[in-house]
Every structure is written in C-alpha cells, then in structure tokens.
Design a protein around this ligand. Sequence first.
Ligand SMILES: [Zn+2]
Length: 188
Amino acid sequence: MIGGDALRYVLRRVSEGQEDDIAEPYALVDYQKYSKLHHAIRELYGPASHGILNRIGRLTFRHFVEEQAGQMSAISIALRLMPLRARKIFILKVIAHSLSESNHHETVCLQEDNGRLQLIDMNSPACQGISSSEPVCWHTVGFIEEALRWATSQEFRVEEISCQAQGMPVCVFAIAKEPDQPLHLAWR
Ligand SMILES: [Zn+2]
C-alpha cells in the first residue's frame, strides 16, 4: 500500500519522533494522530492520496471488526435476518455510534434525504486546519464503504457531498441507493 520509506516519513510526521508508538498503521485510531497522518499523506502523495486514504479507511473498518469481534459477530447474525435496506441502516447506526463515542459526544448521525441515506459528521478530524475546494474526507468514505460491504456483501458507493474543509458546517456522506453492478469481464 505504502512504500517503506514513505511510510516511515509519514509515521515520523505523525508521531514527531515517537515512531515506536505507532509501528502498526492500524493503531492510528487516535483522532489527533489521525489528523496529522491525513495531512502528511496529502502532502506526500498529492492527488494519489485520495485512493490511499480510501484504502486506509477500509482497513480501519476491518480492524474495527477484529477489535470488536464479540459485538460484531452478534451484529452479523442479526444482519442475516434483515432485508438489504435495514442492513444498511443498522450498520450506519453502528458506525455513527462508534465514531461519536471516540469524540465522547454525538458528533455523527444518520439522516435521510429523499430516500437517500446520509451520514453527517459534525467534527471531522481530517478537516482540521484544511481548506480545500473539494471534499477531503476520503478515509471516512473508505471506512463507510467497507462497513456497507461487510454488512450487505455488496458494494455501495459513498460520496462526500459537503465537507468542512470547503467551509461547510458539516461533512455529509451520501450513500448510493443501489449497489454497484458487478463487473462483466469481456472474455467471459
Ligand atoms: Zn469532510
């Protein structure tokens, strides 16, 4: 995902010399450290940071599942009994709750706009000190996309349609109503 030298550079920028603290990229769940990591990756990779941060967001969700193994296996059993839309709503509520918890108050909530589900993030760490003409919370997009894939076994696109980095009051992540069509390979 990230070359060795580049990763060391990023980790150095994040930990300010305390590289041992965060030898595992997965360990970067602390929001202040995450904010610094986000800045360093953007600086180092420019436009390519979009895909890298999306991938890190997806890995962060997988790590979250491992960390909360007991709770998540109970959730996965409950999900099997639900129709698709209910699964989406359920996992989005789990995410909103867990992201809010790390901020110690409710900062992420689920809303619906014309039948389209949206996660609203009122205090995104990725946006701190960033001013941008386009949304920057690609890590969160990857995190939500992976959560939806885990809960539904399908890929749902997530688009950040409003970002605090753009001067907007909140970050809004819109979830596609329909899953992506599976790719049909030409030689099949
Ligand atoms: Zn944002």
